[in-house]
Design a protein around this ligand. Structure first.
Ligand code: C2E
Ligand code: MG
Ligand code: MG
Length: 428
């Protein structure tokens, strides 16, 4: 029953408030004697899901196992407190350096990674951790607790296992909040813009496909890079409205160019959104665009982060009739097993391998191998980041199907696309 030797403790309701007070008192005493201390706070991820799916008794039992594991970390003078339903605090004392606390955090990660056996069920628990130090940044117990919990919050937001508090993080968080407010207003006022980058058929230089790329110019902050914008949207719950805006704008603006395929990028968080499929369906029907003309790009890293979990939503999207591309292929790790199983149509070779293809023998071989691999799975292979005619020539020789890059065209506004579409682009 307890395969990993966790002793089962009777399920008792811990007095969280009392433990919180005890923690505060302990910190005040330590600080009064000027001893260096690290305060680690830890929160079990998605604990509410355990309670909902497995029941409260099981939830309590899991927390007891977690608590027992945390105890194993403690040295003689370290202390453990439960300060929230699924939140714990560990006081490490003395702490000789930050490295010392880091070792404890690494150990914590190892301890928690092992599955827990509760009444014959194997449960894997993940957690996020924040750490703050006295006397480095905090002056009193409340401040130390707030800083450690702030670091914990950032760890949760950024999907890191742990974050160590640093005063600079507060400034960054303010900047993110500021950008999020600006982004929300820009979405409400329709002040964002899309540019379209042609993706060209290598055999005949035809533009059969464009990729929609978000652009945001803020009057106060200037141009904000797409990657930064997407990151802010991901961190502040704005990714759904942003994706919805991009999808609808791209389909509205490009719908009328008959047969043109339109790529839209998805964030990893979109794949977790239960409304994504409905959102895609609705935008296609609103703008009366045939599903086969929409292509959704997901980066290799996002797709392979949890391929089993993503398979369902990708399958549903594919059943709608839309195409799926693995973006930035080669920058992450793909298992061939999943390449076979996931319903993808295109792979886009990361520009890191393409931009030097004329000069770098290694890159040429990688692109050749990926092209052959893609073709053997029946996929269309697109090379990103084609910056000169020589590279395009090499790609043609290697049998790559399509190319995208500054040599062919930079991302351009809609009116320029309308002018360009009837014309041919530079050939190899
Ligand atoms: P991506 O999807 O891989 O898009 C291609 C990026 O490469 C674009 O950068 C494009 O401007 C750039 N690029 C194209 N050809 C060349 C070239 O020849 N040389 C070089 N050096 N760069 C080239 P951009 O527009 O800055 O977008 C960066 C990333 O931001 C995109 O990478 C995509 O991951 C993300 N992104 C952009 N728009 C959206 C969006 O609407 N939604 C989401 N979720 N992500 C977006
Ligand atoms: Mg893309
Ligand atoms: Mg890409």
């Amino acid at each position: 029953m307890t395969g990993d030797h966790d002793e089962i403790m009777p399920v008792v309701t811990t007095d969280v408030n009392r433990e919180r007070d005890e923690l505060r008192l302990a910190l005040e005493n330590i600080m009064a004697s000027q001893q260096p201390v690290a305060l680690i706070t830890l929160d079990v991820n998605k604990f509410r899901d355990f309670n909902l799916t497995l029941g409260h008794e099981m939830g309590d039992a899991i927390l007891h196992h977690v608590r027992n594991r945390l105890r194993r970390l403690l040295r003689k003078d370290d202390r453990l407190y439960r300060i929230g339903d699924d939140e714990f605090a560990i006081v490490l004392k003395p702490v000789l350096s930050r490295d010392h606390a880091q070792i404890a955090i690494n150990k914590l990660e190892d301890l928690l990674a092992r599955p827990i056996d509760v009444d014959g069920d194997r449960v894997t628990v993940s957690a996020s951790v924040g750490a703050a130090f006295f006397p480095d940044s905090a002056r009193d117990a409340n401040e130390l607790l707030r800083q450690s919990q702030f670091a914990l919050y950032l760890a949760k937001e950024g999907s890191d296992f742990h974050v160590v508090y640093d005063p600079q993080l507060e400034g960054q968080q303010d900047a993110i909040r500021n950008l999020a407010i600006g982004l929300k207003q820009a979405l409400d006022r329709n002040a964002l813009e899309l540019k379209y980058q042609p993706i060209v058929e290598i055999s005949d230089s035809r533009i059969a496909h464009v990729e929609a790329l978000i652009r945001w110019y803020d009057p106060d902050k200037g141009r904000i890079s797409p990657l930064q914008l997407v990151r802010v949207a991901e961190q502040t719950g704005l990714i759904r409205p942003l994706t919805n805006w991009v999808l609808n704008t791209a389909l509205r603006e490009c719908g009328e160019f008959s047969n043109l395929k339109i790529s839209v990028n998805l964030s990893v968080l979109n794949l977790d959104d239960p409304e994504l499929v409905e959102l895609v369906k609705r935008s296609l029907s609103t703008w009366r665009v045939a599903p086969r003309r929409l292509c959704l790009e997901v980066t290799e890293t996002a797709m392979m982060a949890d391929p089993d979990r993503n398979q369902g939503v990708l399958q549903e999207l594919s059943q709608l009739g839309v195409e799926l591309s693995i973006d930035d292929f080669g920058s992450g790790y793909s298992s061939l097993q999943y390449l076979k199983r996931l319903p993808v149509h295109n792979i886009k070779i990361d520009r890191e391998f393409v931009s030097e293809i004329g000069n770098e023998d290694g890159d040429t071989r990688i692109v050749e191998a990926v092209t052959q691999l893609g073709h053997s799975f029946g996929l269309t292979v697109i090379a990103e980041g084609v910056e000169d005619a020589a590279s395009l020539g090499v790609l043609q020789r290697l049998g790559c199907d399509m190319a995208q890059g500054f040599h062919l065209s930079r991302p351009i506004p809609l009116d320029a696309l309308s002018e360009l579409l009837p014309h041919q682009l530079p050939a190899a």
